[in-house]
Design a protein around this ligand. Structure first.
Ligand code: UDX
Ligand code: ADP
Length: 459
């Protein structure tokens, strides 16, 4: 099938950057991203590209270049579906918060609604590409909905999992390690391979069956998350011995079989994928009666929760066992640097714990809004919205956030934190001035020389 028009349902962290790059590299294809959220679409259409709903290095430039030419943002979902030969589903698949599989299984209601929507309005044959992270065998479910409710048009379903990491999404999309396409119809697979072929070498485009493709995505994320939990487990052991986790990571990373990436000990991984995907894997394993497999992967999450809790416990015990009424300045709220995404960010859980101990929290993050921070805390339902509002202040200037603080907690590894005037910060804080470096980004020796009481991870 010759592809001249692509529709992407879901204008989020996956759909936005992915379609922007597809449009840039395929000037002959018209790409329309649709969403039910009109506010979000309006933000994508904002004249001023610095105001796009998603912050991703390099994204604004590509949107500026392609928007209005062959990249469009719209709320006209039905129209765009029917006009296009290829439809990507990039809607959110959060962990279920109700019913069977609550807290474990992926909530597929948004995906199902999309499939039904496509089935209802499509009048010509379509290739439907699942892009959202989904549990294994979802393509089968989508297929069944499409084939049983459609208007006698032919649907080919492909699984094309996304491997971009936020903060480096554009780079990852422009030079992917691999592009994975799972499907039954060779013709449909080749149509999608051609879209990527505009800039990706063919040997990097892997063709598999649908289930391998779906399971590869969960497995890749589970392995990556496992590395972080592994090094974080060692970080606790380092704190009890005289070892330094950075030195251990460097030493093991030089073993070419292990490799140096994803070995930074931290306050614990966050983001929309790792926890959700492992929970999915665990849920699927359980549903097949594979208890040992489920328990094996579940430990990755247990350790991650432990690492977040350990960080706040250590902060409290160092501040003489109480943070009640004390000002704790949190630098960073996003789950990693170079993104404004805060989903599952460790900062949320650390803040929530400190608030339950009656701390006053001051937050500075270069890209996260006050509204987002309040919404993240309110979502946990630990206390009233009014209390969160009263106990948490958000600042646009880091020097104001840290003024008169008893302690600073570094939650995100934003580069700018390294270049601050730390002497000035020290002078403006209450003494002793504590730093809890949840990302090991500051130099311990220099910081201690300035007078700080420094505490890193795994040191
Ligand atoms: C991840 C996968 O990397 C990506 O391929 C997939 O498509 C989606 O999930 P993302 O969640 O955007 O991407 O970011 P990633 O860079 O993987 O980081 C996830 C979390 O792990 C962050 O909180 C990060 O700070 C943390 N992390 C990462 C560590 O704590 N230590 C490390 O060494 C690396
Ligand atoms: P991701 O990180 O997976 O991209 P996001 O939450 O950033 O997740 O984006 C998903 C987007 O999908 C949201 O903007 C949401 O409004 C949109 N969406 C969800 N369901 C539908 C639907 N049925 N039709 C159109 N858009 C949808």
């Amino acid at each position: 099938m010759k592809i001249t028009k692509i529709c992407c349902i879901g204008a989020g962290y996956v759909g936005g950057p992915t379609m922007a790059v597809i449009a840039k590299k395929n000037p002959n294809i018209q790409v329309t991203i649709v969403d039910i959220n009109a506010e979000r679409i309006a933000a994508w259409n904002n004249e001023d590209v610095s105001q796009l709903p998603i912050y991703e290095p390099g994204l604004a430039e590509i949107v500026k270049e392609t928007r209005g030419k062959n990249l469009h943002f719209s709320t006209e979902i039905d129209k765009s579906i029917d006009e296009s030969e290829m439809i990507f589903i990039s809607v959110n698949t959060p962990t279920k918060t109700y019913g069977k599989g609550k807290g474990m299984a992926a909530d597929l209601k948004y995906v199902e609604l999309c499939a039904r929507n496509i089935a209802e309005v499509a009048t010509t044959d379509k290739i439907v590409v699942e892009k959202s992270t989904l549990p294994v065998r979802t393509a089968q479910a989508i297929k069944s909905i499409l084939n049983n409710t459609g208007n006698d048009v032919k649907f080919d379903i492909l699984s094309n999992p996304e491997f971009l990491a936020e903060g480096t999404a554009i780079e990852d999309l422009l030079s992917p390690d691999r592009v994975l396409i799972g499907g039954e119809s060779e013709e449909a697979i080749e149509s999608l391979a051609k879209v990527y072929g505009a800039w990706v070498d063919d040997e990097r485009i892997l063709r598999t069956n649908v289930w391998s493709s779906e399971l590869s995505k969960l497995t890749a994320n589970a392995f990556l998350a496992q590395r972080i939990s592994s090094i974080n487990a060692i970080s606790e052991l380092c704190e009890k011995t005289e070892a330094d986790v950075n030195e251990v990571a460097r030493a093991i990373g030089m073993d070419s079989r292990i490799g140096p990436k994803f070995l930074s000990a931290s306050i614990g991984f966050g983001g929309s994928c790792f926890q959700k995907d492992i929970l999915n894997l665990v849920y699927i394993a359980r549903s097949y009666g594979l208890t040992e497999v489920a328990e094996y992967w579940e430990q990755v999450i247990t350790l991650n929760d432990h690492q977040k809790r350990r960080f706040s416990d250590n902060l409290i015990s160092t501040l003489y066992n109480t943070v009640s009424g004390k000002k704790i300045a949190m630098l960073g709220w996003a789950f990693k640097k170079d993104t404004n995404d805060t989903r599952e960010s460790a900062a949320i859980y650390v803040a929530d714990h400190l608030l339950s101990e009656q701390a006053q929290i001051a937050v500075y993050d270069p890209k996260v809004s006050e509204q987002r921070i309040q919404a993240d805390l309110n979502y946990l339902n630990t206390r009233s919205e009014e209390e969160n509002q009263e106990l948490v202040d958000t600042f646009n200037n880091p020097y104001e956030a840290v003024k008169d603080a008893h302690a600073i907690a570094i939650m995100t590894e934003w580069d700018e934190f390294k270049t601050y005037d730390w002497k000035k910060i020290y002078d403006s804080m209450k003494k002793p001035a504590f730093i809890f470096d949840g990302r090991n980004i500051l130099n311990e020796e220099e910081t201690t020389k300035l007078g700080f009481e420094y505490s890193g991870i795994g040191k």
